[in-house]
Design a protein around this ligand. Structure first.
Ligand code: F3S
Length: 95
Protein backbone atom coordinates (compact mmCIF):
# COMPACT_ATOMS: atom_id res chain seq x y z
CA UNK A 1 0.00 0.00 0.00
CA UNK A 2 1.39 3.33 -0.94
CA UNK A 3 -1.17 6.00 0.01
CA UNK A 4 -3.85 6.29 2.66
CA UNK A 5 -6.94 8.50 2.85
CA UNK A 6 -7.16 9.83 6.37
CA UNK A 7 -9.37 11.75 8.71
CA UNK A 8 -9.66 14.84 6.52
CA UNK A 9 -11.92 13.05 4.07
CA UNK A 10 -14.58 12.15 6.61
CA UNK A 11 -17.69 14.34 6.23
CA UNK A 12 -16.08 16.18 3.32
CA UNK A 13 -15.55 13.88 0.33
CA UNK A 14 -14.60 16.62 -2.08
CA UNK A 15 -13.76 13.90 -4.61
CA UNK A 16 -11.13 16.00 -6.34
CA UNK A 17 -8.94 12.99 -5.82
CA UNK A 18 -11.37 10.80 -7.82
CA UNK A 19 -11.40 7.10 -7.17
CA UNK A 20 -9.63 7.32 -3.85
CA UNK A 21 -12.42 7.79 -1.33
CA UNK A 22 -10.47 5.00 0.18
CA UNK A 23 -7.38 3.66 -1.54
CA UNK A 24 -7.20 0.00 -2.34
CA UNK A 25 -3.71 -1.08 -1.39
CA UNK A 26 -3.85 -3.79 -4.01
CA UNK A 27 -4.48 -1.40 -6.89
CA UNK A 28 -2.68 1.80 -5.85
CA UNK A 29 0.13 2.30 -8.31
CA UNK A 30 1.94 4.87 -6.20
CA UNK A 31 1.48 7.63 -8.77
CA UNK A 32 1.18 10.36 -6.06
CA UNK A 33 -1.31 12.34 -8.16
CA UNK A 34 -4.09 12.16 -5.60
CA UNK A 35 -2.12 13.82 -2.81
CA UNK A 36 -2.08 17.46 -3.98
CA UNK A 37 -5.64 17.24 -5.30
CA UNK A 38 -7.31 16.90 -1.93
CA UNK A 39 -8.51 20.25 -0.49
CA UNK A 40 -8.71 18.60 2.92
CA UNK A 41 -5.10 17.36 2.75
CA UNK A 42 -6.47 13.97 3.68
CA UNK A 43 -4.09 11.76 1.70
CA UNK A 44 -0.75 10.57 3.03
CA UNK A 45 2.02 8.26 1.94
CA UNK A 46 1.71 5.28 4.24
CA UNK A 47 4.95 6.05 6.04
CA UNK A 48 3.77 9.60 6.76
CA UNK A 49 0.32 8.86 8.17
CA UNK A 50 0.08 10.85 11.42
CA UNK A 51 0.08 8.77 14.57
CA UNK A 52 -3.47 9.78 15.40
CA UNK A 53 -4.67 8.53 11.99
CA UNK A 54 -2.99 5.13 11.86
CA UNK A 55 -6.38 3.44 12.12
CA UNK A 56 -7.12 4.68 8.63
CA UNK A 57 -4.47 2.38 7.17
CA UNK A 58 -6.54 -0.68 8.00
CA UNK A 59 -9.78 1.12 7.18
CA UNK A 60 -8.57 1.93 3.66
CA UNK A 61 -7.63 -1.69 3.09
CA UNK A 62 -10.94 -2.92 4.44
CA UNK A 63 -13.31 -0.39 2.90
CA UNK A 64 -11.66 -0.29 -0.51
CA UNK A 65 -12.90 -3.86 -0.92
CA UNK A 66 -16.53 -3.04 -0.22
CA UNK A 67 -17.11 0.62 -1.13
CA UNK A 68 -17.79 1.43 -4.77
CA UNK A 69 -15.03 3.13 -6.68
CA UNK A 70 -15.73 6.27 -8.66
CA UNK A 71 -14.01 7.61 -11.74
CA UNK A 72 -15.55 11.07 -11.91
CA UNK A 73 -15.59 13.83 -9.33
CA UNK A 74 -18.94 14.51 -7.71
CA UNK A 75 -20.23 17.33 -5.54
CA UNK A 76 -18.76 17.29 -2.05
CA UNK A 77 -21.04 16.73 0.91
CA UNK A 78 -23.27 19.75 1.51
CA UNK A 79 -21.51 20.79 4.69
CA UNK A 80 -18.00 19.75 3.64
CA UNK A 81 -16.56 23.22 4.18
CA UNK A 82 -17.89 23.22 7.74
CA UNK A 83 -15.97 20.01 8.47
CA UNK A 84 -12.74 20.49 6.59
CA UNK A 85 -10.92 22.01 9.56
CA UNK A 86 -12.35 19.54 12.07
CA UNK A 87 -9.99 16.80 13.28
CA UNK A 88 -10.75 13.47 14.90
CA UNK A 89 -13.70 12.63 12.68
CA UNK A 90 -13.42 8.85 12.81
CA UNK A 91 -16.56 8.71 14.95
CA UNK A 92 -18.47 10.18 12.00
CA UNK A 93 -17.30 7.67 9.43
CA UNK A 94 -20.38 6.11 7.88
CA UNK A 95 -20.02 2.60 6.56
FE1 F3S B 1 -11.73 12.86 0.34
FE2 F3S B 1 -9.99 14.62 -0.33
FE3 F3S B 1 -10.73 12.85 -2.06
S1 F3S B 1 -11.75 14.97 0.94
S2 F3S B 1 -12.83 12.39 -1.53
S3 F3S B 1 -9.64 12.42 -0.15
S4 F3S B 1 -10.37 14.99 -2.48
Amino acid sequence: MAYVVGDGCVRCKYTDCVDVLVIDPETCIDCTLCVPECPAEAIFPIDEVPDDQKEYIALNAELAKIWPGINESTDPLDDADDWVEVHGKLQYLER
